[in-house]
Design a protein around this ligand. Structure first.
Ligand code: SF4
Length: 307
């Protein structure tokens, strides 16, 4: 059995964001209204527990629309899709229920606006992430992906240039990349308000202090969850060893050797009950919480499932 830490220090906010709650509710409503199966393109949110739970209840997750029978209902995930995917769904006569997070939709609209006025759009984000693929698809010929500071230093663009970002990036790293771009392109235009969403920002801010006060940080989230991986990196940059865990079963006893305080957080796609399960498995003497913000954001459901 693993040695029990004295203290678990919970970062708050943690766990589900408004976009993830909405996406899960949309699948639940679609199942209740239309019966099983309801097809979902890609993972509805990047969390193994959420996906397994919805699968049990009748959701069928597919990677491509070609795996959805013609005329069936398909839900687009919280990460959004490109116009090409929407067109494909139309061509297959699918009933689309769109669970794209409204904050991702905002970035898509900005991409169309910037590209539409003749800008080259520098999209700061991670290649291959579903959200990035969707946003890139809004203006594929006018968008260049910038993944890091090195690429920001070398990217070449025509005169009119603007930038956008993936919603779940590291706030600090993104500020560095934008700083390099601004220095190189003084007329660089950007979004009116940050593309990195409130949930990503809040979880990073809360964990900064928690990481400084902890001997070990555990981040609950799946490996493909961008905002969860960024939390692990943040803790490591603060000098605290950190691990990403899907659930309590991933905790290795040797991680806890000599550890007095465990900092604990959960990415925006990780259900709150996983936090309770991890705390129960750690068996600390006390549980404290460090809260840096209160979140009361709710997004309305799309009209297609609201009835
Ligand atoms: Fe929306 Fe942010 Fe949640 Fe992603 S992490 S679903 S962008 S609120």
């Amino acid at each position: 059995m693993a040695p029990a830490p004295h203290t678990v220090l919970l970062a708050a906010p943690r766990s589900f964001c408004a976009g993830v709650e909405r996406a899960i509710e949309i699948v639940e409503h679609a199942l209740a209204q239309r019966g099983r199966p309801v097809y979902v393109r890609k993972q509805i949110v990047h969390n193994a527990r959420v996906v397994a739970d919805l699968e049990r209840r009748g959701a069928v997750f597919v990677d491509e629309l070609t795996h959805v029978p013609r005329g069936a209902t398909v839900v687009f995930s919280a990460h959004g899709v490109s116009p090409a995917v929407r067109a494909e769904a139309g061509g297959r006569h699918l009933h689309v229920v769109d669970a794209t997070c409204p904050l991702v939709t905002k970035v898509h609209a900005e991409a169309r606006r910037f590209a539409g006025r003749g800008d080259t759009v520098l999209l700061i984000g991670h290649a291959g992430h579903e959200e990035v693929e969707g946003t890139l698809g809004e203006a594929p010929d006018d968008t260049i992906l910038v993944e890091n500071v090195e690429q920001a230093r070398t990217v070449t663009v025509p005169e009119r240039v603007s930038y956008l970002t993936q919603t779940t990036l590291s706030v600090d790293e993104t500020a560095r990349i934008v700083g390099v771009l601004r220095a190189r392109f003084p007329k660089l235009a950007g979004p009116a308000s940050d593309d990195i969403c409130y949930a990503t920002t809040n979880r990073q801010q809360a964990l900064s202090t928690v990481a400084e006060r902890s001997d070990l940080v555990l981040v609950i989230g799946s490996a493909n969850s961008s905002n969860s991986v960024r939390l692990v990196e943040l803790a490591e940059r603060a000098g605290t060893p950190a691990h990403l865990i899907d659930d309590a079963g991933d905790i290795r006893p040797e991680w806890l050797d000599g550890v007095r305080t465990v900092g604990l957080t959960a990415g925006a796609s990780a259900p709150p009950e996983l936090v309770d399960e991890v705390v129960a498995a750690l068996r600390p003497v006390r549980v404290l919480e460090h809260r840096t913000a209160t979140e009361d954001i709710r997004f309305t459901l799309p009209s297609s499932v609201r009835s």
